[in-house]
Design a binder for this molecule. Structure first.
Ligand SMILES: Cc1ncc(COP(=O)(O)O)c(C=O)c1O
Length: 413
């Protein structure tokens, strides 16, 4: 395979800093937040698509969807241009296909585009605090937040960690609520034998640069029901029926392409992925086992260094986490000293970030949004004030983790 793209020299150590630099303050970067999983195979895959001169969603996207669904034991996969768009499709499915209205229960620590599609689809956000140890929705506070108008729960599997689905499913069954999962940070995580993102009616995934696999921009929805998948396929592309199978109940095709290709059956968007992204996704999946093995080896080192320290808490695993990043909440003698710690980390060349959305109720955009405030967000406030995360990725980062430990522990000597 040859082509102009292969002439680009990829330096996987430079790429993350270029794309993802936050606060290095001029220090030499020794431990970035994210690492590229690309090699020449991804460039070859892009070049192959370019050679066909067909760039818009087509057979490569379809192939990646079917490989992805198989990998995670789901019936259907619908690829989109981002994890945010995956969330948008799931919420629009609840509104338009399921005709739901009312409020949707979410954890108060998630991501901005966990919440926006809820409001954009006419629902109210119903915020629940997170658990102080798992940092996922506090399952013991869900029932008291349910209102007569609650129609669904949308947990977020935060930083690779599964939620406590046994309890969530029991609550959904008891109160007749639908379950959808924001799984954008947790590809590969498991609850019992099930992959997260396949437990509810639908689950979302992100393939953004820092995520487990990378199409750079890209996302997916998994679901088990064929009609739900058809509905989202239609909403993904203008609301038309062109990409649906002939037997879809949304529209019975006549065989007349002039007509069938311009039938609009759902109130859709255009959140299609590029064909290149599908081709890259298939290559990335062939690296999946290696990516996870390296991430979990890094995790073992991180946990061996930071577990059971009186001056910090790390995330308590439920099921099998896929360890998207390594979160730390400063505790004990270090509580209230995050600014100093972060400054020292940045000066040492260790990239860091606030822990996901922090307490989203404290974000200025909340002025604009319709929500239910259940008060008392003690765990989320602690994350807000004392939490941050550093990277994990498909590269041996044990030296970076050692440096991280050295810098933070120097504050308690
Ligand atoms: C929990 C969560 N939901 C949704 C998203 C959105 O994904 P994307 O960046 O692909 O739009 C992210 C992004 O990291 C996320 O962390």
């Amino acid at each position: 395979m040859s082509g102009p793209l292969l002439n680009i020299i990829i330096d996987v150590d430079v790429l993350p800093q270029f794309l993802y630099n936050t606060s290095s303050k001029g220090a030499q970067m020794i431990y970035p937040l994210a690492y590229s999983t690309w090699g020449k195979e991804e460039l070859e895959a892009i070049q192959k698509v370019i050679d066909t001169d067909m760039y818009t969603m087509g057979k490569h996207v379809k192939q990646f969807e079917s490989e992805f669904a198989k990998q995670f034991g789901s019936n259907h996969a619908v690829m989109v241009n981002s994890g945010s768009s995956a969330n948008l499709l799931m919420l629009s499915l609840l509104k338009w296909k399921y005709k739901l209205t009312g409020d949707i229960i979410v954890p108060v620590v998630g991501w901005a585009t966990t919440y926006f599609p809820i409001v954009q689809n006419g629902f109210k956000i119903n915020f629940v605090d997170v658990d102080p140890n798992t940092w996922n929705i506090d399952v013991n506070k869900i029932e008291q937040a349910i209102t007569p108008n609650t129609c669904a729960i949308m947990p977020v599997n935060l930083l690779g960690n599964s939620c406590d689905y046994r309890k969530i499913i029991d609550i959904c069954t008891k109160h007749n609520l639908l379950l959808i999962e924001d799984n954008c940070e947790s590809m590969g995580a498991k609850y019992n034998s099930l992959y997260t993102g396949t437990i509810g009616l639908a689950g979302s995934f992100s393939f953004f640069f820092s995520h487990h696999i990378q199409t750079m921009e890209g996302g997916m929805v998994l679901c088990s029901d064929k009609d739900d998948a058809d509905y989202m396929r239609s909403m993904r592309a203008h609301g038309w029926v062109r990409d649906l199978p002939d037997d879809s109940p949304l529209y019975k095709k006549t065989g007349n392409a002039f007509n069938d290709n311009f039938i609009f059956a759902t109130p859709g968007y255009n959140v299609r992925p590029l064909e290149m992204s599908g081709a890259i996704g298939s290559v990335q999946l062939t690296k999946w086992d290696d990516i996870m093995a390296t991430r979990l080896a890094n995790k073992n080192h991180f946990v061996s260094q930071f577990a059971n320290k009186p001056w910090c808490r790390i995330q308590k695993e439920i099921g099998e986490s896929s360890w998207f990043t390594f979160g730390i909440v400063l505790d004990g003698k270090l509580k209230g000293r995050r600014e100093e710690v972060i400054d020292a980390l940045s000066k040492a060349g260790i990239q860091n970030r606030p822990l996901a959305s922090r307490n989203f109720l404290k974000q200025p955009v909340m002025r604009e949004l319709d929500y239910i405030d259940n008060n008392n967000y003690e765990a989320a406030d602690d994350i807000h004030d004392n939490g941050f995360f550093v990277g994990n990725g498909s590269k041996n980062i044990k030296k970076g983790i050692d440096k991280l430990y050295e810098v933070i522990s120097s504050f308690v000597k």
